[in-house]
Design a binder for this molecule. Sequence first.
Ligand SMILES: [Ca+2]
Length: 159
Amino acid sequence: MTTRTFFLNALSVGFLGLFAWGAIESTGPAGAKAAQETVRSDLGIQFEVPEAEQGVLRIAVFNSPESYNGGDPIAFKTVPVRSREFVTVNFADLKAGDYAVKVFYDEDRDAELDTNVVGIPSEAYGFSKNARSAFGPPDWNEAKFEFDGTTALRPIVLQ
Ligand SMILES: [Ca+2]
């Protein structure tokens, strides 16, 4: 195996692992209970969607490095997008703390981040803080942001 092949395989695994939550059924926040505390908070995430046609945005919110690195998100949503547009998705009742967001635009609605033959994503994706890494997905420290538990709007540009 050449160094290049190894690198590309590692990159592919990194992306697939990081977006593995995409197949989770969109039934609301993970572990959500019917009765919630009365404190209202609202984390809005605004997306600039490229070349949208019939796909869906699959958005996941993580609150720890462990959940971010292949664990379950604390909240996730699936949002249909039918035209090129700005889309704002709100996540309610998140406590103050550090969060990171992953999103991809699932054009073919197969619940997976499609990749090309060398493992590079062929569907648009993004991370909070618009974190980017030249060598695969950005890590938690690059994508995390502090949410104060009231209201906030975080823009993410999909690329
Ligand atoms: Ca897909």
